[in-house]
Ligand binder design. Structure first.
Ligand code: MTE
Ligand code: MO
Length: 405
């Protein structure tokens, strides 16, 4: 059985006629040492690392938003999600120049001659389509999403999640299949051998020393540094003044805090300002609280960041009632899984799930104020949820109902 597969994979494919071997297909068409195995492997290490970081932080974000029964996110440190999601987006952005550089170093392989000498070589080359396709797809959809452009005909979160698995799987297969070659390329140190010289119709060996190599490494490093420095200010406020390319700045919007979905976009302007507004806590002792009732209750002040999945984040000071107090009063026993609903009638983030430990954490508030002023409509007036170490999408604005899940 195995030997039959081996025989099939090892089967030689016919060589195409030599007369087609023109232009980029001819021997020695790519002579730059920057297309060497060593360059490709070195850039690959950085790119692979960026993808691994994106994958792990993305997986965490997914687990937080769709928790399986075995997963419990702690409520501390309050900045935990802010850091992991900030790193997710920053690593994704840094991966863009790295991917472009990597594709540039290896593109002469497209013109390998013969295109595939064996079946296994043909399969290997076709599998690269999956790798490159998934990598490009992940970075492109991620960038489009953080630019707050939502043109997808599919659910972005689900698409990005599953493509993430395909991408990391393809990276693993690629690294596994190329391991000996990668090891050789990384181990070689300026030894002017030429064993890779004819791999792609004359791809240069590893004589990639001296000025071109240094300029290449410098340019790649500068590219990565430039895209990082001009975007990371969306979460690191000291760098916000140089954040020319960041989609969001931590100090923009009412009360110096960005807004993701406005009240107008969510179509809640009328219901949020209606004097008949009541916050309902559904439980054995159902609570129906007007805004005046809420303001008359003990108020707590808490400094907690908003950390959007799109990578921007900002610190803020919130004042309001403790969710735990309301749950207690409504007679909801500790451990009850809960759903927070907003006045919105549609939209992906109309509701959010809140469980232990967040629901009973004394820092979790139904906030009435931001920076000592009543919430603006865009930040969730009359009442919004704010809880430590939780993605922005789950910090529901315009809250009207808290109920058992
Ligand atoms: N009801 C409701 N709450 C919501 C949203 C929404 O679309 N609807 N967007 C969420 C997202 S994605 C983020 S990042 C935070 C941002 O809060 P802010 O707009 O007050 O900064 O609100 C969250 N709360
Ligand atoms: Mo968000």
């Amino acid at each position: 059985m195995t030997s039959r597969v081996d025989r099939l994979l090892g089967a030689r494919l016919p060589d195409p006629p030599e007369s087609l071997r023109r232009g980029p297909f001819r021997a020695g068409a790519f002579s730059s040492p920057l297309h060497s195995d060593r360059r490709a492997a070195r850039v690959g290490v950085w790119l692979g690392t960026a993808f691994l970081v994106c994958f792990l932080t993305g997986l965490l974000s997914h687990l937080i938003q769709q928790p399986p029964s075995w997963f419990r996110l702690p409520a501390s440190p309050v900045w935990g999600y802010r850091v992991t999601q900030g790193v997710h987006v920053a690593a994704g952005i840094a991966a863009v120049p790295l991917l472009l550089v990597k594709l540039w170093t290896v593109y002469p392989l497209l013109f390998e001659w013969p295109p595939a000498s064996t079946v296994s070589r043909a399969v290997g080359r076709l599998s690269l389509l999956v790798l490159v396709g998934a990598a490009v797809m992940q970075l492109a959809t991620g960038l489009i999403n953080i630019s707050q452009w939502y043109p997808f005909g599919f659910n972005f979160t689900r698409g990005h999640y599953w493509t993430g698995w395909i991408a990391i799987g393809a990276v693993a297969v690629h690294v596994g299949a190329k391991a000996p070659q990668i090891r050789r390329a990384l181990a070689r140190h300026r030894a002017p051998t030429a064993d890779a010289g004819d791999r792609a119709g004359g791809r240069a060996g590893d004589g990639d020393t001296g000025l071109p190599r240094r300029a290449f490494v410098l340019a790649t490093g500068l590219g990565v540094t430039a895209v990082t420095l001009t975007t990371v200010g969306q979460t690191l406020s000291p760098l916000s003044s140089v954040s020319l390319l960041a989609p969001r700045l931590p100090r923009s919007g009412p009360e110096d805090l960005p807004v993701n979905q406005t009240a107008a976009a969510a179509d809640v302007e009328r219901s949020a300002t209606d004097p008949a507004y009541r916050l309902v806590v559904a439980g054995p002792n159902r609570l129906e609280l007007s805004l005046a009732d809420l303001r008359a209750r003990p108020q707590h002040r808490q400094s907690l960041p908003i950390a959007c999945v799109e990578g921007w984040s900002a610190d803020a000071t919130w004042t309001g009632v403790r969710l735990a107090d309301l749950l207690e009063e409504a007679g909801l026993p500790a451990g009850t899984p809960l759903v927070v609903e907003s006045l919105q009638t549609g939209g992906l983030y109309r509701t959010s799930r809140i469980d232990e430990p967040h629901a009973r954490d004394p820092r979790t508030l139904l906030a009435l104020q931001l920076e000592g002023r009543p919430l603006s409509l865009d930040h969730g007036f009359p009442v919004r949820l704010i809880s430590p170490n939780r993605p922005g999408v789950m910090q529901t604005k315009w809250v009207s109902l808290v109920r058992p899940a």
